[in-house]
Each structure stands twice: as C-alpha cells, then as structure tokens.
Design a protein around this ligand. Structure first.
Ligand code: ZN
Length: 249
C-alpha cells in the first residue's frame, strides 16, 4: 500500500496540481492523506478543496482552516495571515465551509496518526526542537505521526530515550518507530526551497518483518509560482504573501 501525505496547501492550486501530477507519476494508486491548513495565505481555496474532494483525500483541520471557520481567534496571527483568513472567509462557498468544518482535529489511521501541529496541541504546537519532539514521541498514540504546521520538512525519531533529527536525503528511507514525520508544505514552503513538498509512505515492501513500517520519501516539486502570485495579487491579498513564495520563506 502506498500513501501520499500532503500538508499546508494553503489555497495554492498550482502547487497542489503539480504535487498531484508527481504523485500520479510515482505512485498512481496511492491513497491521499492531508494534515491540514488547506486554506489561507493564497487565493484559490474553493479550487483546492474541490481537487481534494475529487481525490477523496482524508485528513485533519489546521489552524488556518479553523480560523476561517471562526473557530480560532486570529488575534495572534500576523497581519498578512489575518488578512488572508478574512478574505478566505468571505470567498469560501458554504458547501466547502461545511466540508472543512467536518474535518477532525486528530485522526488515527491504523499505524499512523494525522494531526496538524502535535497530539497534545493539534492546532497550535510547532514541533521545532528536540525537547518538543521527545515529549511528543513519548506520547504518540501510534508508531508514526504525520504532521505539518512549521512548513519545514523534518524527521524526528526516538533513540535511546532521546529524540534525534534524521537527515532527509530525498531517497526512500526506512520508517522508524516511533517517529514524527513533518511532510513540509505544498503551498508555502519555508525551508529556503521554493518547491512544493510531500511525502510518499510506501508500505508495499514491508516483507515478512513483523512491525515493519516500510519507507518514507520526501519529494520536492517545482510549480508555476508566478501563476499563484498573480492570483494573490488579483485578490488584493498582501504583496508579502506573493513575494514569500519566490523566497521559500
Ligand atoms: Zn500552515
């Protein structure tokens, strides 16, 4: 079984289309999961939701999704993010708002848990350091957790009771237990690489090893950044939101 995991699409249709094309090229039968922040920042929320619905993607709610639905206070959002939340709330169709609203905040899918931030703070926690990673690794409800929120790909695992950051080399890597897999962002990468990020979880070569989890591979995909920037500008969203896409920040 192959599973494609995406996160933080943020209404970037061109990026999502490029990622889906890559998924179809390398794993055409893959099931698609997402870890939230489908909307916000960019200008094509309805088109992105339509594509996810068409592909029967399963997943969870992110903090931007919750804010657009009025379920999360935006007072701690930066002004650009808050402006995009406000714009999205007035442009999202009622049907798509209902679809977003139905997303759980955390979801167990067999050996994996899906959440936007972390299990202890599904919408809020940024797992960015060893201590935060360790505390979450020790409390994982399943062997593996897929998440996003930071927009930076990361692979944390527990070794000798301590969390360690494992190098992501772009190749298929053995999936350790327990581990935190930050899949990076489709629609607004912030690790200095402007390309969209997604993760392929390949369980098809589990072999006979009991408890084996297969492999994970982070993939990066170029997309038409100028097209998304044009949409952001045409919508009257803050210029910074267009510029940051070309900086990968
Ligand atoms: Zn996000």
């Amino acid at each position: 079984m192959k599973i494609a995991v995406v996160s933080d699409i943020h209404a970037n249709l061109a990026a999502l289309q490029a990622v889906l094309a890559d998924i179809d090229a390398v794993a055409p039968d893959a099931v698609i999961w997402h870890t939230g922040d489908i909307v916000g920042y960019n200008a094509e929320p309805n088109e992105v939701i339509a594509l996810l619905r068409e592909r029967s993607a399963a997943g969870v709610m992110g903090n931007h999704d919750a804010a657009v639905l009025g379920e999360l206070d935006v007072s701690w959002f930066n002004p650009e993010a808050a402006a995009a939340v406000k714009w999205t709330a007035t442009h999202l169709t009622p049907e798509n708002a209902t679809w977003l609203h139905a997303l759980p905040k955390i979801s167990e899918m067999g050996a994996a848990t899906l959440v936007h931030g972390s299990p202890r703070e599904p919408l809020g926690e940024y797992v960015i350091d060893a201590e935060g990673a360790r505390e979450n690794l020790l409390a994982l409800p399943t062997p593996v957790l897929f998440h996003g929120h930071t927009h930076v790909p990361a692979y944390w695992a527990l070794r000798g009771g301590q969390s360690s950051l494992i190098d992501i080399d772009g190749r298929a890597q053995r999936l350790l237990s327990p581990s935190l897999i930050n899949v990076g962002s489709v629609g607004q990468p912030r690790d200095g690489d402007v390309r969209a990020s997604w993760v392929l979880w390949d369980r098809s070569d589990d072999g006979s090893a009991i408890g084996a989890l297969g492999t994970v591979q982070w993939r990066r995909v170029s997309y038409d950044i100028a097209r998304t920037q044009s949409g952001v500008r045409a919508a009257g969203l803050p210029e910074f939101l267009a510029e940051r896409l070309a900086a990968g920040q």
